[in-house]
Design a protein around this ligand. Sequence first.
Ligand code: UFG
Length: 347
Amino acid sequence: MNNELTFWKDKKILVTGGAGYIGSHTVKELTKRGFETVVYDNLEKGHREAVVDGEFVLGDLADLDTLRETFTKHRIDSVIHFAADSEVGESVKNPAKYFQNNVANGLNLLRVMLENGVKKIVFSSTAAVYGEPERIPILESDKTLPTNPYGESKLIFENILKYYELAYGLRYISLRYFNAAGADPDGLIGEDHNPETHLIPLVLQTALGLKDEVEIFGTDYDTPDGTCIRDYIHVTDLAEAHILALEALAKGGESKIYNLGNGNGYSVKEVIEVAKKVVRREIKTVLSERRQGDPSILVASSEKIMRELGWKPKYEKLETIIETAWNWYKSNRAGWNMEILYKRGDL
Ligand code: UFG
């Protein structure tokens, strides 16, 4: 952004949920590119250690006072909004939590943005807005019929943004991520959920001996090997897309919705096979029932963001993606929650 330095001088980007997995990687990339950030996070899921750059505010989106104070104290130019609950299974059991945090608390953010004349937002959306897809690869214009409260809460917020643009002139870019994976190639930060439910971290935890086996959820899907197919995208490639979106909005670009994936599908069994090659260890698996709410195949077409914003994934190969996650696990003791590893002397 060298020739745009004047524009961004003294302006800050508010990153809600910036201590989480995708948020923290985006903050790191933003800083690398010279942007100033203020992370706003309640640390319910995020990790203070993950915010390696910029300012940090401990705050919840339910807390209007702290939110207002943050906007008053800093000259916020735009917002990247990650803060949300994001577990499909949990959302089915506890939809109230998802509509409260992802929709109602999100409205607080929009309210304070408008009070302060901040009218640009990059929103963290999801492939879960599509539900069971009508075709593969999925295009942004395909039908959105979420099959769980998580996807529904994100779709509602996308629609709220549409109406806020019409009424209040707020401009947005919603990014529908497919399966975020991997870790910062420098090895400083990575994925660390508690409890962990995602496939690649669970596979690597099994490789480290922290878990006895990986459960394969469902072997009777209509796919070549019977297991679910997903599109895994490196978290740093996702981070890069947020920066491009921010810059597009800063240049006066229109509101948009973009998919973000690699366009390559891998089955659960294929992911485990690639992981075995990377870690060069045995990874024990057990066949299990389908997990409720899992569509059989989710693969993105990301042509639109490539064409319009010039985004291009750098870490396309699944092997490379898993390698970065594995390096982080090894050099950072499998995350901030994984003290157990020290005690076991495994690392
Ligand atoms: N899986 C297993 N065993 C496990 C964990 C996962 O077989 O122990 C399978 C799942 O059934 C799925 C695939 O591995 O087929 C990937 O599962 P993840 O939990 O890693 O990711 P999801 O595809 O369920 O979730 C991702 C995002 C969500 C988003 C969803 C859209 O993490 O935020 O895609 O469907 F909502």
